[in-house]
Design a protein around this ligand. Structure first.
Ligand code: PHE
Ligand code: NA
Length: 453
């Protein structure tokens, strides 16, 4: 029996992995993307499929990723290759690691643009730039913010810089240290925001929209979007969770941490929905307004409430920190790979990656102004990065890892990594062999139009 390798890096504290992984999962996906997708794909039906995907696909695959990371003790490419070889399988499985790493990089390339929106709205909240009293004012503010590439580029560049600065400092001194104060801070700010939202009233309309299930409303595209978003929101198949798992100490429970991360992530998404939809309905806005939804609706609500700009400030600080703790996890796989596998010092690896990231993210940023017409099949560059990663790369990567873990690796590996009771293990194996892969395949087939569910 082959033992687990010695790690090069480990989380320092008992809470290190939980904080970092929750920081990775809870992000713009929950607060920005989940509400606008729910709005676009019709509310409750989308939410239900999304929750099913989290439970049936996301949770079992997250356990696989953490297990692969800890067993192989390395970035996705190296960890997957080692674990495959350990079971006598082809080293070509490391291609899954390549795809994950590329996926994390591509996501970050558009993510920094949205994080830049958050930074700039924080600045506006502080300097009075959010003044306006109706929907059209807020739309105008959002559009003006996007129109100037230098302004928008300034904020996304700032986001890129801070991300690479933290990652360059290393696993313990950079990532763990920053999440260990940002995560508690976020929890406190979130609690304040929820209290505030409850006094503002209007929860009812939001609840109705999020939880009223109408089957007819869900298109095939909505199904695929829900599946992709389950991967996105849990940071799966993008190198983040696997790499963080490679720093997990030997005695930590993978199952328990997985459930904690998944529950926290789901709660934050639902709360964001509950905070945003009442504002949208109360002001007669279109729930299907797309990526600008959060930025056009919430400032309006803050405007109308006592101490609104104070709470807007707290909100955008929280949103920026949520974005940052996710951003560092997206690029850690690449930096860890350059460092561990290619021997490049971490700081150099971080700045090198950062420059490439800056070039690509600048192109994504230009999608909102000078490059608005550079479209392919109706989508601009920003949309393509999002579309390719969420709809294809993540579900495919997840499928590959599920098949690898479910059928091809020696049973003993996940028995010892997961340490489940025998009944629990059988359940996990059933999920990872049949339920998760079948779910992914069915959604794919359906979205190809070969089948109507
Ligand atoms: N989970 C993050 C969010 O919801 C996004 C993310 C995707 C982070 C992939 C890391 C890797 O915002
Ligand atoms: Na998330």
């Amino acid at each position: 029996m082959m033992a687990r390798r010695k790690p090069k890096n480990l989380w320092l504290g008992r809470w290190g992995f939980i904080l970092a992984a929750t920081g990775s999962a809870v992000g713009l996906g929950n607060i920005w993307k989940f509400p606008y997708m729910t709005g676009e794909y019709g509310g409750g039906a989308f939410v239900l499929v999304y929750l099913a995907c989290i439970l049936a696909v996301g949770v079992p695959i997250m356990m696989v990723e953490i297990g692969l990371g800890r067993r192989g003790r390395g970035s996705p490419i190296d960890a997957i290759r080692r674990v495959a070889l350990e079971s006598g399988r082809s080293s070509a499985w490391s291609l899954l690691g390549w795809m994950a790493m590329l996926c994390g990089f591509m996501i970050l390339s558009f993510y920094v643009v949205v994080a830049g929106w958050s930074f700039s709205y924080l600045w506006k909240a502080l300097t009075g730039g959010l003044a306006g009293n109706d929907v059209s004012d807020m739309v105008a503010i959002f559009e003006a913010n996007n129109a100037n590439p230098l302004v928008l580029g300034f904020w996304s560049t700032l986001m890129t810089l801070v991300t690479m600065l933290i990652v360059g400092k290393g696993v313990q001194k950079g990532i763990e240290r920053s999440v260990s104060w940002m995560m508690p801070g976020m929890v406190i700010m979130l609690a304040i925001m929820i209290g505030y939202a409850m006094f503002s009233g209007g929860f009812g309309a939001g609840v109705a929209f999020l939880f009223s299930f109408e089957v007819g409303k869900l298109s095939s595209e909505g199904l695929l979007a829900a599946l992709g978003h389950a991967f996105f929101t849990l940071s799966l198949a993008s190198g983040a969770i696997l790499t963080y798992g490679s720093y997990l100490p030997d005695n930590s429970s993978i199952a328990r941490t997985t459930f904690m991360v998944a529950i926290a992530d789901t709660l934050v998404a639902l709360m964001a929905g509950l905070a945003i939809f009442p504002v949208i309905f109360a002001n007669g806005m279109d729930p299907a307004a797309g990526p600008g939804l959060l930025f056009m609706s919430l400032p309006l609500a803050f405007q109308a409430m006592p101490l609104g700009m104070l709470f807007a400030t707290i909100f955008f600080i929280m949103l920026s920190m949520a974005a940052l703790t996710s951003a560092i996890s997206m690029i850690e796989a690449t930096v860890a790979w350059l460092n561990e596998s290619k021997g490049i010092p971490r700081v150099k690896a971080a700045w090198g990656t950062g420059i490439l990231l800056w070039l690509i993210s600048t192109m994504a940023m230009l999608s909102f102004n000078v490059g608005a017409d550079w479209t392919l099949a109706g989508k601009h560059f920003f949309d393509w990065l999002d579309f390719l990663t969420s709809r294809f790369m993540m579900p495919l990567g997840g499928l590959g890892m599920a098949l690898l873990a479910g059928f091809l690796l020696r049973n003993e590996i996940f028995k010892s990594e997961l340490g489940l009771s025998s009944v629990q293990h059988v359940l996990w194996l059933f999920m990872i062999r049949y339920v998760s892969p079948l779910g992914i395949v069915l959604v794919f087939i359906d979205s190809l139009g070969l089948m109507t569910l």
